[in-house]
Design a protein around this ligand. Structure first.
Ligand code: ATP
Length: 363
C-alpha cells in the first residue's frame, strides 16, 4: 500500500478561465484534501474539464492561484506536477503490450529495470489483468483497456489521480464494475482522486465529496449526503435527482424549529430559518414520502389525488396532484400504488428531517 502521506493536497483560490470573451470558470475556490475522492459534477459545458486541465497543468488560469501541498504551482508545467491521468479518450499506446503500457511512466522516469518489473507486476495483479500481460490494447475489452489506463496512471504513485469521465463509453454493468474498481483502488492507494462526471448517481456512489458546477461556477461542495439531502439551491436539488417542490406560506420560527403552511396543513422543518417571511418551496425527494389512507400525524401530512403510475421494477412511481394543484411523484410499493389509484384521495406523509425549504422564486 502506498504511503498516504504521498497523497497531494490541492487548493484553488479565485480561479477564473476565459477563452476569448467566454468565461469558462468564474472565481472558483476549492480545497481538495489529502487522500480524498472529490468528484466534479455538473452538466455539459459547466467547466469541469477546464478545471481538471488547470489542476493537471495543461491549461493555466486567466486569474487566481493554485497550490499543491501549500506551494504555489500556478505556473508549474504539467510534467513537473506529474498527476496521474485517466481520460475517456486518453488512448493506450496501441503498439505496446499491456505490461509495456503500464511500465511506460516508470521508463520515462528512468527507474531501474528490477523496480519496474516488480511495480508493473504488482499493478497488473491489483487491476486483475494477470494473464493478459503480453496482449495489445486491441486484444482487450473496453473494461480491460480502462484497467490498463488506471494501472498506467497509478504505477508511478502520483500524489493525485485525475479522471475525466473515464467510463462514459462503457455499458451499464461494466460501468458499475469499473466504479467499484476505482473505489477500491482509491482505498488501497490512499491517493487523492479528482473525478469528473455528469452522472449524479456515479458521483454520489463514489465520492467522499462532490463539487457541483454550473455555468463555470462552483455552486456547492459537500459529502454526497449533504448535497443530496440538503442542496443549497434548486439547481443542485434538481440536478442530483428527482425532487418535489410544494409552495409554502407563513414560514416562521417557533421554539422547536421552523414551521410553515402547505395546502392549509402545518409543516415542521429542521432547517428553513433563512426563509422566514419569504416565499419558499418545500422540497421532498420521492422516496421520502409515504402514502397512506389516513394522515400519519397532525403535521407533515397533506392530501393528494393519484393521477398515474409507472412500474419501475422494484417500486412504482406514483404521480399525484395536491388540492392546490401541485404535481408530485412518489416512489411506493406496487400495492400502495394500486390502492392510491383506486381512492379519491390519499395522504402524503414525510419525516420532518427529510423536508427542506428552497427559495420560492427562480433558481
Ligand atoms: P462536458 O461534460 O461536456 O465535458 P465540461 O463541464 O467538462 O463539459 P468544459 O469542457 O470545461 O465543460 O467546457 C466549459 C466551457 O468552456 C464550454 O462552453 C466549452 O465550449 C468552453 N471551452 C472549453 N475549452 C475551450 C477552448 N479551448 N476554447 C474555447 N472554449 C473552450
Amino acid at each position: 500500500m502506498a504511503e498516504p502521506s504521498r497523497a497531494a493536497e490541492l487548493k484553488a483560490e479565485g480561479v477564473s478561465k476565459s477563452f476569448g470573451s467566454f468565461r469558462a470558470l468564474n472565481d472558483l475556490s476549492l480545497d481538495i484534501g489529502r487522500g480524498e475522492f472529490l468528484t466534479l459534477l455538473g452538466p455539459s459545458g459547466s467547466g469541469k474539464t477546464t478545471f481538471l486541465m488547470i489542476l493537471a497543468g495543461f491549461e493555466s488560469p486567466t486569474s487566481g492561484r493554485l497550490y499543491g501541498d501549500g506551494v504555489d504551482i500556478t505556473a508549474q508545467p504539467a510534467e513537473q506536477r506529474a498527476a496521474g491521468m485517466v481520460f475517456q479518450g486518453y488512448a493506450l499506446f496501441p503498439h505496446m503490450s499491456v505490461e509495456k503500457n503500464i511500465a511506460f511512466p516508470l521508463r520515462v522516469r528512468k527507474k531501474p529495470e528490477a523496480e519496474i518489473r516488480t511495480r508493473v507486476g504488482a499493478m497488473i495483479e491489483r487491476v486483475g489483468l494477470v494473464g493478459h500481460e503480453k496482449k495489445l490494447p486491441s486484444q482487450l475489452s473496453g473494461g480491460q483497456q480502462q484497467r490498463v489506463a488506471l494501472a498506467r496512471a497509478l504505477v508511478f504513485e502520483p500524489g493525485v489521480l485525475l479522471l475525466d469521465e473515464p467510463f462514459s463509453a462503457l455499458d451499464k454493468s461494466l460501468r458499475s464494475a469499473m466504479q467499484a474498481e476505482v473505489k477500491r483502488l482509491h482505498e488501497e492507494t490512499g491517493t487523492t482522486f479528482v473525478f469528473v462526471t455528469h452522472d449524479q448517481s456515479e458521483a454520489l456512489a463514489l465520492s467522499s465529496r462532490v463539487a457541483i458546477f454550473h455555468h463555470g461556477k462552483l455552486l456547492q461542495v459537500g459529502d454526497p449526503r449533504q448535497v443530496y439531502e440538503r442542496p443549497a439551491s434548486r439547481f443542485v436539488a434538481e440536478f442530483l435527482g428527482e425532487i418535489n417542490m410544494l409552495p409554502v406560506t407563513g414560514v416562521h420560527r417557533n421554539g422547536v424549529g421552523t414551521v410553515a403552511i402547505c395546502d392549509e396543513r402545518p409543516i415542521r422543518l429542521l432547517n428553513g430559518g433563512d426563509h422566514v417571511g419569504d416565499a419558499a418551496v418545500l422540497a421532498l425527494r420521492p422516496e421520502h414520502i409515504t402514502v397512506s389512507p389516513e394522515p400519519k400525524s397532525g403535521f407533515n401530512s397533506i392530501t393528494a389525488r393519484a393521477s398515474g403510475a409507472t412500474y419501475l421494477g422494484n417500486t412504482t412511481k406514483l404521480e399525484l396532484r395536491t388540492r392546490a394543484g401541485a404535481k408530485l411523484s412518489v416512489a411506493v410499493p406496487h400495492e400502495t400504488a394500486a390502492l392510491a389509484l383506486g381512492s379519491d384521495a390519499v395522504w402524503l406523509n414525510w419525516p420532518t428531517e427529510q423536508g427542506f425549504l428552497l427559495p420560492g422564486g427562480g433558481h
